[in-house]
Design a binder for this molecule. Structure first.
Ligand code: F6R
Length: 613
Protein backbone atom coordinates (compact mmCIF):
# COMPACT_ATOMS: atom_id res chain seq x y z
CA UNK A 1 0.00 0.00 0.00
CA UNK A 2 1.40 3.30 -1.14
CA UNK A 3 4.33 3.23 -3.50
CA UNK A 4 7.51 5.26 -3.33
CA UNK A 5 10.19 5.97 -5.94
CA UNK A 6 13.45 7.88 -5.71
CA UNK A 7 16.14 8.84 -8.20
CA UNK A 8 19.41 10.73 -8.28
CA UNK A 9 21.67 10.88 -11.32
CA UNK A 10 22.41 12.30 -14.72
CA UNK A 11 19.03 11.72 -16.34
CA UNK A 12 15.86 13.81 -16.07
CA UNK A 13 14.57 12.84 -12.62
CA UNK A 14 10.97 14.00 -13.12
CA UNK A 15 10.44 11.69 -16.08
CA UNK A 16 11.97 8.71 -14.26
CA UNK A 17 9.90 9.32 -11.14
CA UNK A 18 6.57 9.75 -12.93
CA UNK A 19 7.25 6.72 -15.07
CA UNK A 20 8.10 4.74 -11.92
CA UNK A 21 4.83 5.80 -10.32
CA UNK A 22 2.83 4.47 -13.28
CA UNK A 23 4.20 1.04 -12.37
CA UNK A 24 3.29 1.44 -8.71
CA UNK A 25 -0.20 2.85 -9.10
CA UNK A 26 -1.58 -0.58 -8.16
CA UNK A 27 -0.38 0.21 -4.62
CA UNK A 28 -2.84 3.07 -4.22
CA UNK A 29 -4.45 5.81 -6.28
CA UNK A 30 -5.96 8.22 -3.76
CA UNK A 31 -3.38 10.89 -4.56
CA UNK A 32 0.15 11.26 -5.90
CA UNK A 33 3.03 13.67 -5.50
CA UNK A 34 6.60 14.44 -6.43
CA UNK A 35 9.49 16.46 -4.97
CA UNK A 36 12.35 17.36 -7.33
CA UNK A 37 15.54 19.27 -7.24
CA UNK A 38 18.03 20.43 -9.85
CA UNK A 39 21.42 19.96 -8.17
CA UNK A 40 21.59 22.44 -5.32
CA UNK A 41 18.73 24.52 -6.63
CA UNK A 42 15.55 24.88 -4.63
CA UNK A 43 13.10 22.14 -4.27
CA UNK A 44 9.78 21.89 -6.14
CA UNK A 45 6.87 19.93 -4.76
CA UNK A 46 3.78 19.05 -6.77
CA UNK A 47 0.84 17.10 -5.36
CA UNK A 48 -2.54 16.11 -6.78
CA UNK A 49 -5.61 14.41 -5.42
CA UNK A 50 -6.89 11.29 -7.20
CA UNK A 51 -5.29 9.15 -9.88
CA UNK A 52 -1.73 9.63 -11.10
CA UNK A 53 -2.86 11.27 -14.34
CA UNK A 54 -3.90 14.33 -12.31
CA UNK A 55 -0.34 14.72 -11.05
CA UNK A 56 1.16 14.14 -14.49
CA UNK A 57 -1.10 16.85 -15.97
CA UNK A 58 -0.06 19.25 -13.21
CA UNK A 59 3.64 18.57 -13.71
CA UNK A 60 3.32 18.91 -17.51
CA UNK A 61 1.62 22.26 -17.05
CA UNK A 62 4.77 23.54 -15.35
CA UNK A 63 6.60 23.34 -18.69
CA UNK A 64 10.20 22.25 -19.12
CA UNK A 65 11.58 21.62 -15.65
CA UNK A 66 15.07 20.35 -15.12
CA UNK A 67 15.73 17.98 -12.25
CA UNK A 68 18.56 15.72 -11.20
CA UNK A 69 17.07 14.13 -8.10
CA UNK A 70 13.72 13.54 -6.52
CA UNK A 71 11.23 11.39 -4.68
CA UNK A 72 7.66 10.47 -5.58
CA UNK A 73 4.65 8.76 -4.06
CA UNK A 74 1.33 7.19 -4.90
CA UNK A 75 -1.05 7.00 -1.93
CA UNK A 76 -3.53 4.59 -0.43
CA UNK A 77 -4.98 6.67 2.36
CA UNK A 78 -4.56 5.42 5.94
CA UNK A 79 -4.51 8.59 8.07
CA UNK A 80 -6.47 11.52 6.73
CA UNK A 81 -8.79 11.86 3.73
CA UNK A 82 -7.82 11.62 0.09
CA UNK A 83 -7.18 15.36 -0.30
CA UNK A 84 -4.19 17.15 -1.81
CA UNK A 85 -3.33 18.43 1.68
CA UNK A 86 -2.69 14.87 2.81
CA UNK A 87 -0.87 13.86 -0.39
CA UNK A 88 2.87 13.10 -0.11
CA UNK A 89 5.61 14.32 -0.23
CA UNK A 90 5.37 15.86 3.22
CA UNK A 91 7.88 18.25 4.65
CA UNK A 92 9.20 19.85 7.79
CA UNK A 93 9.11 23.64 8.16
CA UNK A 94 10.82 25.51 5.29
CA UNK A 95 11.08 22.21 3.42
CA UNK A 96 14.17 21.46 5.45
CA UNK A 97 13.40 17.78 5.12
CA UNK A 98 10.99 16.43 2.51
CA UNK A 99 9.89 12.80 2.46
CA UNK A 100 7.62 10.08 1.15
CA UNK A 101 6.48 7.11 3.17
CA UNK A 102 4.94 3.70 2.61
CA UNK A 103 3.53 2.10 5.75
CA UNK A 104 1.79 3.13 8.92
CA UNK A 105 2.98 4.71 12.15
CA UNK A 106 0.95 3.22 14.97
CA UNK A 107 2.06 5.63 17.73
CA UNK A 108 1.87 8.72 15.53
CA UNK A 109 -0.50 10.47 17.97
CA UNK A 110 1.95 10.15 20.85
CA UNK A 111 4.83 11.32 18.63
CA UNK A 112 2.75 14.24 17.36
CA UNK A 113 2.07 15.38 20.91
CA UNK A 114 5.78 15.28 21.68
CA UNK A 115 6.46 17.44 18.61
CA UNK A 116 3.61 19.84 19.41
CA UNK A 117 5.13 20.22 22.85
CA UNK A 118 8.39 21.17 21.13
CA UNK A 119 6.83 23.88 19.01
CA UNK A 120 6.02 21.99 15.80
CA UNK A 121 2.78 22.66 13.95
CA UNK A 122 0.96 20.39 11.49
CA UNK A 123 -0.83 21.08 8.23
CA UNK A 124 -2.08 17.55 7.39
CA UNK A 125 -3.75 14.62 9.15
CA UNK A 126 -1.09 12.16 8.11
CA UNK A 127 1.24 10.02 10.18
CA UNK A 128 3.89 10.76 7.53
CA UNK A 129 4.10 14.45 8.39
CA UNK A 130 4.73 13.41 12.00
CA UNK A 131 7.44 10.97 10.91
CA UNK A 132 9.27 13.57 8.85
CA UNK A 133 9.04 16.22 11.53
CA UNK A 134 10.42 13.71 14.02
CA UNK A 135 13.49 13.22 11.80
CA UNK A 136 13.78 17.02 11.65
CA UNK A 137 13.53 17.23 15.44
CA UNK A 138 16.29 14.68 16.09
CA UNK A 139 18.46 16.07 13.28
CA UNK A 140 18.39 19.56 14.75
CA UNK A 141 18.53 18.54 18.39
CA UNK A 142 21.46 16.11 18.30
CA UNK A 143 23.24 17.44 15.19
CA UNK A 144 24.46 13.92 14.42
CA UNK A 145 23.58 13.96 10.72
CA UNK A 146 20.81 12.24 8.73
CA UNK A 147 21.59 8.64 9.72
CA UNK A 148 21.70 9.45 13.42
CA UNK A 149 18.31 11.20 13.18
CA UNK A 150 16.77 8.45 11.02
CA UNK A 151 17.97 5.73 13.40
CA UNK A 152 16.50 7.56 16.38
CA UNK A 153 13.17 7.67 14.56
CA UNK A 154 13.48 4.00 13.64
CA UNK A 155 13.61 3.18 17.36
CA UNK A 156 10.82 5.55 18.42
CA UNK A 157 8.24 5.04 15.65
CA UNK A 158 6.12 1.90 16.04
CA UNK A 159 4.57 0.31 12.95
CA UNK A 160 6.04 -0.10 9.52
CA UNK A 161 7.69 2.20 7.07
CA UNK A 162 9.87 2.60 4.05
CA UNK A 163 10.89 6.22 3.66
CA UNK A 164 12.82 8.30 1.17
CA UNK A 165 14.02 11.71 2.34
CA UNK A 166 15.69 14.78 0.88
CA UNK A 167 17.60 17.08 3.24
CA UNK A 168 18.17 20.75 2.39
CA UNK A 169 21.75 20.39 3.67
CA UNK A 170 22.50 17.52 1.27
CA UNK A 171 21.42 18.46 -2.26
CA UNK A 172 21.29 15.62 -4.77
CA UNK A 173 21.32 12.95 -2.11
CA UNK A 174 18.37 10.71 -1.28
CA UNK A 175 18.31 9.15 2.17
CA UNK A 176 16.24 6.09 2.89
CA UNK A 177 15.26 3.69 5.68
CA UNK A 178 13.17 0.58 6.08
CA UNK A 179 11.31 -1.01 8.94
CA UNK A 180 8.64 -3.48 7.83
CA UNK A 181 7.58 -2.09 4.44
CA UNK A 182 9.32 -3.19 1.22
CA UNK A 183 12.19 -1.20 -0.27
CA UNK A 184 14.63 -1.95 -3.06
CA UNK A 185 17.59 0.11 -4.20
CA UNK A 186 19.36 -0.20 -7.55
CA UNK A 187 22.06 1.41 -9.67
CA UNK A 188 22.59 1.97 -13.39
CA UNK A 189 25.36 3.71 -15.37
CA UNK A 190 23.49 6.97 -15.06
CA UNK A 191 22.22 7.04 -11.49
CA UNK A 192 20.70 5.39 -8.43
CA UNK A 193 17.10 4.38 -7.86
CA UNK A 194 14.87 3.27 -5.03
CA UNK A 195 11.33 1.90 -5.11
CA UNK A 196 8.69 -0.08 -3.27
CA UNK A 197 8.65 -2.69 -6.02
CA UNK A 198 10.72 -3.90 -8.95
CA UNK A 199 8.53 -2.80 -11.91
CA UNK A 200 9.11 0.85 -10.98
CA UNK A 201 12.82 0.69 -11.81
CA UNK A 202 13.14 -2.37 -14.05
CA UNK A 203 13.43 -0.15 -17.13
CA UNK A 204 16.70 1.22 -15.75
CA UNK A 205 18.26 -1.69 -13.90
CA UNK A 206 17.63 -5.35 -13.11
CA UNK A 207 20.24 -5.43 -10.34
CA UNK A 208 18.89 -4.50 -6.93
CA UNK A 209 19.63 -4.57 -3.24
CA UNK A 210 16.80 -5.56 -0.90
CA UNK A 211 17.05 -3.14 2.03
CA UNK A 212 16.72 -5.01 5.33
CA UNK A 213 14.56 -3.97 8.26
CA UNK A 214 16.29 -1.41 10.49
CA UNK A 215 18.66 -0.47 7.69
CA UNK A 216 19.08 3.02 6.33
CA UNK A 217 21.25 4.51 3.64
CA UNK A 218 22.07 7.23 1.18
CA UNK A 219 22.23 7.30 -2.59
CA UNK A 220 24.23 9.92 -4.44
CA UNK A 221 25.21 10.33 -8.06
CA UNK A 222 26.94 7.02 -8.43
CA UNK A 223 27.09 5.36 -5.06
CA UNK A 224 24.83 3.74 -2.49
CA UNK A 225 25.85 3.38 1.14
CA UNK A 226 23.95 1.25 3.68
CA UNK A 227 24.00 1.65 7.46
CA UNK A 228 22.76 -0.48 10.35
CA UNK A 229 20.94 0.72 13.44
CA UNK A 230 24.26 1.56 15.12
CA UNK A 231 25.10 3.88 12.26
CA UNK A 232 27.86 1.58 11.01
CA UNK A 233 28.51 1.29 7.27
CA UNK A 234 27.33 -2.20 6.23
CA UNK A 235 27.58 -1.72 2.45
CA UNK A 236 30.13 -4.51 1.99
CA UNK A 237 27.69 -7.06 3.46
CA UNK A 238 24.93 -6.23 0.96
CA UNK A 239 24.24 -8.63 -1.89
CA UNK A 240 23.29 -7.32 -5.34
CA UNK A 241 20.50 -9.53 -6.72
CA UNK A 242 19.61 -9.98 -10.38
CA UNK A 243 15.90 -9.79 -11.25
CA UNK A 244 14.78 -12.29 -13.88
CA UNK A 245 11.61 -10.40 -14.90
CA UNK A 246 11.50 -8.87 -18.39
CA UNK A 247 10.57 -5.25 -18.93
CA UNK A 248 7.82 -6.31 -21.35
CA UNK A 249 6.21 -8.23 -18.44
CA UNK A 250 5.52 -4.92 -16.74
CA UNK A 251 4.12 -3.12 -19.80
CA UNK A 252 0.50 -3.25 -20.97
CA UNK A 253 1.54 -3.70 -24.58
CA UNK A 254 -1.46 -3.79 -26.90
CA UNK A 255 -3.89 -4.74 -24.16
CA UNK A 256 -6.40 -2.15 -22.92
CA UNK A 257 -5.91 -3.23 -19.29
CA UNK A 258 -3.40 -5.22 -17.25
CA UNK A 259 -6.18 -7.47 -15.97
CA UNK A 260 -6.96 -8.96 -19.38
CA UNK A 261 -3.25 -9.17 -20.22
CA UNK A 262 -2.64 -11.10 -17.02
CA UNK A 263 -5.68 -13.36 -17.56
CA UNK A 264 -4.25 -14.24 -20.95
CA UNK A 265 -0.79 -14.89 -19.51
CA UNK A 266 -2.08 -17.73 -17.34
CA UNK A 267 -1.19 -20.64 -19.62
CA UNK A 268 2.40 -19.34 -19.74
CA UNK A 269 2.53 -18.82 -15.96
CA UNK A 270 1.16 -22.30 -15.25
CA UNK A 271 3.59 -23.83 -17.68
CA UNK A 272 6.53 -22.00 -16.08
CA UNK A 273 5.62 -23.35 -12.62
CA UNK A 274 5.26 -26.90 -13.93
CA UNK A 275 8.53 -26.60 -15.76
CA UNK A 276 10.47 -25.49 -12.69
CA UNK A 277 8.96 -27.91 -10.16
CA UNK A 278 8.61 -31.18 -12.13
CA UNK A 279 11.25 -33.51 -13.55
CA UNK A 280 10.52 -36.61 -15.62
CA UNK A 281 6.83 -36.08 -14.84
CA UNK A 282 7.43 -36.25 -11.08
CA UNK A 283 7.24 -33.41 -8.57
CA UNK A 284 10.72 -32.05 -7.96
CA UNK A 285 11.04 -29.97 -4.80
CA UNK A 286 14.75 -30.80 -4.33
CA UNK A 287 15.79 -27.21 -4.96
CA UNK A 288 13.67 -25.97 -2.07
CA UNK A 289 14.89 -28.53 0.46
CA UNK A 290 11.58 -30.31 1.12
CA UNK A 291 12.41 -34.00 1.24
CA UNK A 292 10.14 -37.00 0.94
CA UNK A 293 11.08 -37.98 4.51
CA UNK A 294 9.99 -34.61 5.81
CA UNK A 295 6.64 -34.74 3.99
CA UNK A 296 6.11 -38.25 5.32
CA UNK A 297 6.49 -36.98 8.89
CA UNK A 298 3.65 -34.45 8.55
CA UNK A 299 0.32 -35.05 10.31
CA UNK A 300 -1.20 -31.64 9.68
CA UNK A 301 -0.98 -28.77 7.22
CA UNK A 302 -2.15 -25.21 7.96
CA UNK A 303 -2.77 -23.03 4.94
CA UNK A 304 -2.77 -19.29 5.60
CA UNK A 305 -3.41 -16.31 3.37
CA UNK A 306 -5.69 -13.38 2.64
CA UNK A 307 -8.25 -12.78 -0.11
CA UNK A 308 -7.52 -14.81 -3.21
CA UNK A 309 -4.50 -16.45 -1.62
CA UNK A 310 -6.82 -17.80 1.09
CA UNK A 311 -9.16 -18.98 -1.67
CA UNK A 312 -6.30 -21.01 -3.17
CA UNK A 313 -6.05 -22.67 0.23
CA UNK A 314 -9.76 -23.55 0.11
CA UNK A 315 -9.39 -25.45 -3.18
CA UNK A 316 -6.14 -27.06 -2.02
CA UNK A 317 -7.80 -28.30 1.16
CA UNK A 318 -10.22 -30.39 -0.92
CA UNK A 319 -7.38 -31.86 -2.97
CA UNK A 320 -5.11 -32.72 -0.05
CA UNK A 321 -8.06 -34.36 1.72
CA UNK A 322 -8.96 -36.31 -1.40
CA UNK A 323 -5.41 -37.61 -1.86
CA UNK A 324 -4.14 -38.11 1.70
CA UNK A 325 -5.15 -38.59 5.34
CA UNK A 326 -3.16 -35.54 6.43
CA UNK A 327 -5.28 -33.01 8.33
CA UNK A 328 -5.75 -29.60 6.67
CA UNK A 329 -6.89 -26.36 8.21
CA UNK A 330 -7.24 -23.26 6.05
CA UNK A 331 -7.37 -19.95 7.85
CA UNK A 332 -7.60 -16.29 6.93
CA UNK A 333 -4.26 -14.92 8.11
CA UNK A 334 -5.97 -11.94 9.75
CA UNK A 335 -8.08 -14.28 11.92
CA UNK A 336 -5.44 -16.94 12.51
CA UNK A 337 -3.20 -14.41 14.27
CA UNK A 338 -5.76 -14.03 17.06
CA UNK A 339 -7.06 -17.60 17.31
CA UNK A 340 -6.10 -19.41 20.48
CA UNK A 341 -5.93 -23.05 19.45
CA UNK A 342 -2.70 -24.97 19.86
CA UNK A 343 -0.88 -25.80 16.64
CA UNK A 344 -0.20 -29.50 16.19
CA UNK A 345 3.31 -30.92 16.35
CA UNK A 346 4.54 -32.45 13.07
CA UNK A 347 2.72 -29.81 11.13
CA UNK A 348 3.69 -27.42 8.37
CA UNK A 349 2.23 -23.95 7.86
CA UNK A 350 1.94 -22.89 4.22
CA UNK A 351 1.70 -19.14 3.72
CA UNK A 352 0.40 -18.14 0.30
CA UNK A 353 0.94 -14.60 -0.98
CA UNK A 354 1.48 -12.98 -4.36
CA UNK A 355 3.29 -9.93 -3.02
CA UNK A 356 5.05 -11.63 -0.13
CA UNK A 357 4.37 -8.42 1.81
CA UNK A 358 0.81 -8.78 3.13
CA UNK A 359 1.06 -7.78 6.77
CA UNK A 360 -1.51 -10.23 8.13
CA UNK A 361 0.09 -13.13 6.27
CA UNK A 362 3.53 -12.11 7.46
CA UNK A 363 2.37 -11.93 11.06
CA UNK A 364 0.60 -15.29 10.76
CA UNK A 365 3.92 -16.72 9.62
CA UNK A 366 5.68 -15.16 12.61
CA UNK A 367 3.12 -16.72 14.96
CA UNK A 368 3.86 -20.18 13.48
CA UNK A 369 7.57 -19.62 13.93
CA UNK A 370 7.07 -18.56 17.54
CA UNK A 371 5.15 -21.77 18.13
CA UNK A 372 7.98 -23.82 16.60
CA UNK A 373 6.06 -24.83 13.47
CA UNK A 374 7.99 -25.02 10.19
CA UNK A 375 6.80 -22.61 7.50
CA UNK A 376 6.65 -22.83 3.72
CA UNK A 377 5.96 -19.74 1.65
CA UNK A 378 4.40 -19.77 -1.79
CA UNK A 379 5.14 -16.30 -3.11
CA UNK A 380 5.49 -14.54 -6.45
CA UNK A 381 7.80 -11.63 -5.58
CA UNK A 382 11.33 -12.82 -4.94
CA UNK A 383 13.13 -11.31 -1.99
CA UNK A 384 9.94 -10.04 -0.36
CA UNK A 385 9.39 -10.24 3.40
CA UNK A 386 7.46 -13.53 3.65
CA UNK A 387 9.93 -15.79 1.80
CA UNK A 388 12.78 -14.15 3.67
CA UNK A 389 11.23 -15.18 6.97
CA UNK A 390 9.98 -18.66 5.97
CA UNK A 391 11.87 -21.94 6.39
CA UNK A 392 11.11 -23.10 2.84
CA UNK A 393 10.12 -21.14 -0.25
CA UNK A 394 8.42 -22.11 -3.45
CA UNK A 395 8.34 -19.18 -5.82
CA UNK A 396 5.53 -18.97 -8.34
CA UNK A 397 6.63 -18.01 -11.83
CA UNK A 398 3.75 -15.73 -12.76
CA UNK A 399 5.98 -12.73 -13.50
CA UNK A 400 5.01 -9.27 -12.28
CA UNK A 401 1.30 -8.88 -11.60
CA UNK A 402 0.14 -5.28 -11.87
CA UNK A 403 -3.69 -5.36 -11.95
CA UNK A 404 -5.07 -5.10 -8.42
CA UNK A 405 -7.29 -8.17 -8.87
CA UNK A 406 -5.05 -11.20 -8.94
CA UNK A 407 -5.44 -13.67 -11.81
CA UNK A 408 -2.22 -15.25 -13.00
CA UNK A 409 -0.71 -15.36 -9.51
CA UNK A 410 -3.84 -17.16 -8.28
CA UNK A 411 -3.51 -19.78 -11.03
CA UNK A 412 0.20 -20.25 -10.35
CA UNK A 413 -0.42 -20.68 -6.62
CA UNK A 414 -3.03 -23.30 -7.37
CA UNK A 415 -0.59 -25.26 -9.53
CA UNK A 416 2.01 -25.22 -6.79
CA UNK A 417 -0.59 -26.47 -4.31
CA UNK A 418 -1.54 -29.33 -6.67
CA UNK A 419 2.14 -30.28 -6.83
CA UNK A 420 2.44 -30.05 -3.06
CA UNK A 421 -0.62 -32.29 -2.60
CA UNK A 422 0.79 -34.85 -5.04
CA UNK A 423 4.23 -34.83 -3.38
CA UNK A 424 2.61 -35.25 0.04
CA UNK A 425 0.41 -38.11 -1.20
CA UNK A 426 3.36 -39.87 -2.78
CA UNK A 427 5.54 -39.46 0.33
CA UNK A 428 2.71 -40.87 2.45
CA UNK A 429 2.32 -43.86 0.11
CA UNK A 430 -1.21 -42.78 -0.87
CA UNK A 431 -0.37 -42.63 -4.56
CA UNK A 432 2.35 -44.47 -6.50
CA UNK A 433 4.99 -42.83 -8.67
CA UNK A 434 3.18 -44.01 -11.77
CA UNK A 435 -0.08 -42.46 -10.53
CA UNK A 436 1.81 -39.26 -9.89
CA UNK A 437 3.09 -39.32 -13.47
CA UNK A 438 -0.46 -39.62 -14.75
CA UNK A 439 -1.52 -36.62 -12.67
CA UNK A 440 1.46 -34.55 -13.83
CA UNK A 441 0.75 -35.36 -17.48
CA UNK A 442 -2.78 -34.13 -16.89
CA UNK A 443 -1.45 -30.95 -15.30
CA UNK A 444 0.84 -30.39 -18.27
CA UNK A 445 -2.21 -30.48 -20.53
CA UNK A 446 -3.81 -27.59 -18.60
CA UNK A 447 -2.06 -24.69 -20.41
CA UNK A 448 -3.47 -25.82 -23.78
CA UNK A 449 -6.92 -26.20 -22.25
CA UNK A 450 -6.65 -22.74 -20.76
CA UNK A 451 -5.70 -21.43 -24.20
CA UNK A 452 -8.79 -23.03 -25.68
CA UNK A 453 -10.97 -21.25 -23.08
CA UNK A 454 -9.22 -17.95 -23.81
CA UNK A 455 -9.83 -18.36 -27.53
CA UNK A 456 -13.52 -18.71 -26.65
CA UNK A 457 -13.67 -15.42 -24.67
CA UNK A 458 -16.60 -14.17 -26.71
CA UNK A 459 -18.86 -16.80 -25.14
CA UNK A 460 -18.45 -14.97 -21.80
CA UNK A 461 -18.31 -11.46 -23.20
CA UNK A 462 -21.82 -11.87 -24.60
CA UNK A 463 -23.25 -12.30 -21.07
CA UNK A 464 -21.62 -9.18 -19.69
CA UNK A 465 -24.33 -6.66 -20.58
CA UNK A 466 -26.95 -8.76 -18.81
CA UNK A 467 -25.18 -8.13 -15.49
CA UNK A 468 -24.77 -4.38 -15.75
CA UNK A 469 -28.02 -3.44 -14.02
CA UNK A 470 -28.02 -6.30 -11.48
CA UNK A 471 -27.80 -5.67 -7.74
CA UNK A 472 -26.91 -9.19 -6.60
CA UNK A 473 -25.17 -12.16 -8.16
CA UNK A 474 -24.77 -15.56 -6.53
CA UNK A 475 -22.12 -18.19 -7.14
CA UNK A 476 -22.97 -21.67 -5.92
CA UNK A 477 -21.22 -25.02 -5.99
CA UNK A 478 -20.44 -28.00 -3.85
CA UNK A 479 -17.14 -28.94 -2.19
CA UNK A 480 -14.26 -27.96 -4.50
CA UNK A 481 -16.70 -26.21 -6.81
CA UNK A 482 -17.84 -24.10 -3.88
CA UNK A 483 -14.21 -23.22 -3.13
CA UNK A 484 -13.70 -21.91 -6.67
CA UNK A 485 -17.00 -20.03 -6.41
CA UNK A 486 -15.48 -18.09 -3.51
CA UNK A 487 -12.71 -16.85 -5.78
CA UNK A 488 -15.14 -16.17 -8.65
CA UNK A 489 -17.37 -14.14 -6.35
CA UNK A 490 -14.46 -12.15 -4.89
CA UNK A 491 -13.16 -11.31 -8.37
CA UNK A 492 -16.63 -10.35 -9.51
CA UNK A 493 -17.47 -7.94 -6.67
CA UNK A 494 -13.95 -6.50 -6.70
CA UNK A 495 -14.07 -5.19 -10.26
CA UNK A 496 -17.82 -4.82 -10.97
CA UNK A 497 -19.02 -3.20 -7.71
CA UNK A 498 -22.02 -5.56 -7.82
CA UNK A 499 -22.82 -7.39 -4.63
CA UNK A 500 -21.96 -11.06 -5.02
CA UNK A 501 -21.95 -14.01 -2.68
CA UNK A 502 -20.55 -17.50 -2.95
CA UNK A 503 -22.56 -20.18 -1.18
CA UNK A 504 -22.32 -23.93 -0.89
CA UNK A 505 -25.15 -25.03 -3.20
CA UNK A 506 -26.83 -27.07 -0.47
CA UNK A 507 -26.75 -24.18 1.99
CA UNK A 508 -28.72 -21.70 -0.10
CA UNK A 509 -32.09 -22.72 1.26
CA UNK A 510 -30.97 -22.01 4.82
CA UNK A 511 -31.39 -18.27 4.35
CA UNK A 512 -29.87 -16.80 1.20
CA UNK A 513 -32.58 -18.19 -1.10
CA UNK A 514 -34.83 -15.36 0.09
CA UNK A 515 -32.75 -13.05 -2.13
CA UNK A 516 -33.12 -15.19 -5.24
CA UNK A 517 -35.99 -13.70 -7.23
CA UNK A 518 -36.87 -13.24 -10.89
CA UNK A 519 -33.91 -12.35 -13.05
CA UNK A 520 -31.24 -12.73 -10.34
CA UNK A 521 -28.15 -14.31 -11.91
CA UNK A 522 -26.98 -17.50 -10.23
CA UNK A 523 -23.74 -18.99 -11.51
CA UNK A 524 -23.55 -22.67 -10.72
CA UNK A 525 -20.18 -24.42 -10.90
CA UNK A 526 -20.74 -28.15 -11.34
CA UNK A 527 -17.66 -30.14 -12.33
CA UNK A 528 -17.57 -33.07 -9.90
CA UNK A 529 -19.17 -36.27 -11.26
CA UNK A 530 -20.32 -37.62 -7.89
CA UNK A 531 -22.07 -34.33 -7.03
CA UNK A 532 -23.63 -33.46 -10.38
CA UNK A 533 -27.12 -34.72 -9.55
CA UNK A 534 -27.18 -32.75 -6.31
CA UNK A 535 -25.94 -29.64 -8.12
CA UNK A 536 -28.63 -30.05 -10.76
CA UNK A 537 -31.26 -30.24 -8.04
CA UNK A 538 -29.94 -26.91 -6.71
CA UNK A 539 -30.11 -25.40 -10.20
CA UNK A 540 -33.78 -26.41 -10.32
CA UNK A 541 -34.40 -24.83 -6.91
CA UNK A 542 -33.13 -21.42 -8.02
CA UNK A 543 -34.60 -21.73 -11.50
CA UNK A 544 -38.06 -22.27 -10.04
CA UNK A 545 -37.64 -18.94 -8.16
CA UNK A 546 -37.00 -17.17 -11.45
CA UNK A 547 -33.17 -17.06 -11.33
CA UNK A 548 -31.14 -16.87 -14.53
CA UNK A 549 -28.99 -19.94 -14.09
CA UNK A 550 -25.60 -19.99 -15.80
CA UNK A 551 -23.92 -23.37 -15.42
CA UNK A 552 -20.16 -23.77 -15.69
CA UNK A 553 -19.73 -27.46 -16.19
CA UNK A 554 -18.52 -30.24 -18.51
CA UNK A 555 -20.27 -31.15 -21.71
CA UNK A 556 -20.74 -34.75 -20.52
CA UNK A 557 -23.11 -33.57 -17.77
CA UNK A 558 -26.38 -32.75 -19.39
CA UNK A 559 -27.54 -29.68 -17.47
CA UNK A 560 -29.32 -27.84 -20.28
CA UNK A 561 -32.79 -28.46 -18.84
CA UNK A 562 -31.78 -27.12 -15.44
CA UNK A 563 -29.97 -23.97 -16.61
CA UNK A 564 -30.56 -21.10 -19.00
CA UNK A 565 -26.97 -20.92 -20.28
CA UNK A 566 -24.18 -23.47 -20.24
CA UNK A 567 -20.45 -22.78 -20.37
CA UNK A 568 -18.30 -25.87 -20.83
CA UNK A 569 -14.76 -26.40 -19.60
CA UNK A 570 -12.51 -28.88 -21.40
CA UNK A 571 -12.30 -32.31 -19.80
CA UNK A 572 -9.57 -32.78 -17.21
CA UNK A 573 -8.98 -34.80 -14.05
CA UNK A 574 -11.68 -33.88 -11.54
CA UNK A 575 -9.04 -32.61 -9.10
CA UNK A 576 -7.92 -29.90 -11.51
CA UNK A 577 -11.20 -28.47 -12.84
CA UNK A 578 -10.82 -25.29 -10.72
CA UNK A 579 -7.89 -24.18 -12.89
CA UNK A 580 -10.19 -24.10 -15.91
CA UNK A 581 -13.35 -22.81 -14.24
CA UNK A 582 -11.47 -19.82 -12.82
CA UNK A 583 -10.56 -18.55 -16.30
CA UNK A 584 -14.25 -18.23 -17.18
CA UNK A 585 -15.01 -16.58 -13.84
CA UNK A 586 -12.18 -14.06 -14.25
CA UNK A 587 -13.32 -13.27 -17.79
CA UNK A 588 -16.88 -12.75 -16.57
CA UNK A 589 -15.72 -10.30 -13.88
CA UNK A 590 -13.51 -8.48 -16.39
CA UNK A 591 -16.16 -8.08 -19.09
CA UNK A 592 -18.84 -6.94 -16.66
CA UNK A 593 -16.37 -4.38 -15.28
CA UNK A 594 -15.71 -3.09 -18.81
CA UNK A 595 -19.44 -3.06 -19.62
CA UNK A 596 -19.97 -0.86 -16.56
CA UNK A 597 -17.18 1.50 -17.56
CA UNK A 598 -15.03 0.63 -14.56
CA UNK A 599 -11.23 0.51 -14.75
CA UNK A 600 -10.69 -3.12 -13.67
CA UNK A 601 -7.01 -2.49 -12.94
CA UNK A 602 -7.80 -0.03 -10.16
CA UNK A 603 -10.96 -0.98 -8.28
CA UNK A 604 -12.04 1.72 -5.85
CA UNK A 605 -10.69 1.64 -2.29
CA UNK A 606 -8.39 -1.30 -2.99
CA UNK A 607 -4.65 -1.66 -3.33
CA UNK A 608 -2.67 -4.67 -4.32
CA UNK A 609 -0.10 -4.94 -1.59
CA UNK A 610 -1.82 -4.72 1.78
CA UNK A 611 0.78 -3.73 4.31
CA UNK A 612 -1.62 -2.61 7.04
CA UNK A 613 -3.71 -4.79 9.39
C1 F6R B 1 -8.09 -10.26 -4.93
C2 F6R B 1 -6.74 -9.97 -4.45
C3 F6R B 1 -6.53 -9.94 -2.99
C4 F6R B 1 -5.18 -10.59 -2.62
C5 F6R B 1 -4.90 -10.40 -1.13
C6 F6R B 1 -3.61 -11.07 -0.70
O1 F6R B 1 -8.15 -10.24 -6.33
O2 F6R B 1 -5.84 -9.77 -5.22
O3 F6R B 1 -7.56 -10.54 -2.31
O4 F6R B 1 -5.24 -11.94 -2.94
O5 F6R B 1 -4.81 -9.04 -0.85
O6 F6R B 1 -2.51 -10.51 -1.34
P1 F6R B 1 -1.15 -11.31 -1.42
O7 F6R B 1 -1.39 -12.51 -2.26
O8 F6R B 1 -0.18 -10.35 -2.05
O9 F6R B 1 -0.78 -11.68 -0.02
Amino acid sequence: MCGIVGYVGKEEATKILLDGLTKLEYRGYDSAGIAIRNKSEDLRIVRAEGVLKNLIDKVNALGDIKSTSGIAHTRWATHGDQSERNAHPHSSNDNFIVGVHNGIIENFQELKEKLLHNGYTFYSNTDTEVLIKLVDYYYKKYKGGPIDAINKVMVRARGSFAIALMFKDFPDEIWFAKKGSPLIVGKSDTGCFLASDIPAILKHTNKVYYVEDFQSGCMKNNSIIFYDLNGDDVTSSMELKTIDWQLSDTEKGNYPFYMIKEIEEQPKAVWACLNVYTKNDLVDFDSIGITKGYLKSLDMVYILGCGSAYNVGRVSECIIEELTDVGVRVELASEFKYRCYKLKKNSLAIIISQSGETKDSYEALQKCKEEGIKTLSIVNVKGSAIPRAADYNIYTYAGPEIAVATTKAYSSQLIIMYLFALALAEAKGDISQSEMKTYIKELKALPDKMESILSNKASVQKFANQFVSKKDVFFIGREMDYAICEEGSLKFKEVTYIHSEAKPAGELKHGTLSLVTTGVPVIVVATQPELIEKSMANMEEVKSRGANVIAITLEEFNVSNSSKYQIYIPKTNKLFTSSLVIIYLQLLAYYVSIAKGINPDQPRNLAKSVTVE
